[in-house]
Design a protein around this ligand. Structure first.
Ligand SMILES: [Zn+2]
Length: 85
């Protein structure tokens, strides 16, 4: 455990999420692009149901289950498209 912690942060994700996880590690939210106009000029928005998300997060922490229901909301600054990843 100490050895693992000393070598940096290790993140375990589902195989299907590996590509996205890698992108997040590489470039953060800058890699997110609009599904409508493909613009990279997007901003992350706080969803209206963040209370629900907080509940899911809390439940995940308590039960040690992977967090699957929390997704980030974004809006495009160019075309105004709102989307969830
Ligand atoms: Zn757009």
């Amino acid at each position: 455990m100490n050895e693992a912690m000393g070598s940096g942060i290790k993140i375990f994700v589902n195989e299907d999420d590996a590509e996205r996880a890698f992108q997040i590690i590489k470039g953060g939210d800058r890699s997110v692009h609009c599904p409508k106009c493909n613009s990279l000029n997007v901003k992350q928005t706080i969803s209206k149901n963040w209370y629900q998300k907080a509940g899911v997060l809390l439940l995940a922490l308590i039960t040690a289950n992977p967090i699957g229901d929390i997704r980030s909301s974004y809006s495009c600054n160019d075309c105004g498209k709102k989307f969830v990843i």
